[in-house]
Design a protein around this ligand. Sequence first.
Ligand SMILES: *Cc1c(COP(=O)(O)O)cnc(C)c1O
Length: 354
Amino acid sequence: MTETLDIQITKTTHSRLEETDFDNLPFGRTFSDHMLLADYADGEWKNFRIVPYGEIKMSPAISSLHYGQAFFEGLKAYKHADGKVVIFRPDKNAIRFNKSAERLCMPELPTDIFVQSIAALVDIDRDWIPTKANHSLYIRPCMFATDPYLGVQPSATYTYVVLTGPVGPYFSKTLRVKIETHYTRAAEGGMGYAKAAGNYASSMLPGKKAVEEGFDQLIWTDGQTHEYIEEMGAANAMFMLDGKLITASTRDTILDGVTRDTVIQLAKEWGIPVEERRVSVAEIIEGAQKGTLTDAFGAGTAATIAPVGSISYNGEEYFLCDPKERVFSQKVFKTLDAIKYGTEADTHGWNYVV
Ligand SMILES: *Cc1c(COP(=O)(O)O)cnc(C)c1O
């Protein structure tokens, strides 16, 4: 069912476009001129509006601040050489948005409303979409509880907000990663599969310690045994082992990544065997030692395909081959780029045209 979304639009009187340095875009610090907001109250979403990007007023008692009823999404828009603007697979993010909402006892948003609201915002700020290689417009939808009430119970009111901002490449180098065997990102029965704000809060201390030890990222393992690989930072971990693409199967503790799904689909089309299953630390380390681990990377919207240079485990560092020699991740990176930037036909219908 398609409802047409009524959005009230207030445009900025002073665009910041001219004063923005598009040659220097650290991730997540530059915001486009406008943002989209909507309110949930009395059991329905209302007041969809696009307004100049800026501060919002809130009570210090709102339950998202105290109890973490908050989650987000992340997707990207691209501008083609002919000026066409596309958003990559927003329908997938819409579905995941609602999975997160359900887990956190928050209201869902119809998937077509999610997509339409984002498309309307991207359309207004289409001049903010960078045209340089590896650049795009990052889109950050988010929902948070707004009841000014300190009781531990689901809020009755919520705000949906969408921000956008131009971004360049997220990681500029090959990653030195460490297999984490003490801390856990997500537990069985927990909310690891949701893009819940709290999941990222709990990852910060282990992440900071890893950086102090000289690593760029962590590889998370399961909370029960720490013998199985789950994810890599805020990206899905994918490996090419003995000619097979291997990644953790989606479950309670795994975020069902859009990039992960896209990579799997392409691999299958190229005739590469794909195994979605539990991935043991032991087999990955053995593969690194024997040389049968020919590729390892993080897959995510922000990071795209982020090659792993070395994996450390229990104080030993295992080096992988030069990322330039990796047939699979090079091909997948190039193909994904070509589809997103419109230099290759989008035969899967992944690009949503704005
Ligand atoms: C966002 C995220 C991913 C990647 O998902 P994409 O849809 O590909 O961006 C993977 N793992 C975690 C923990 C994430 O937060």
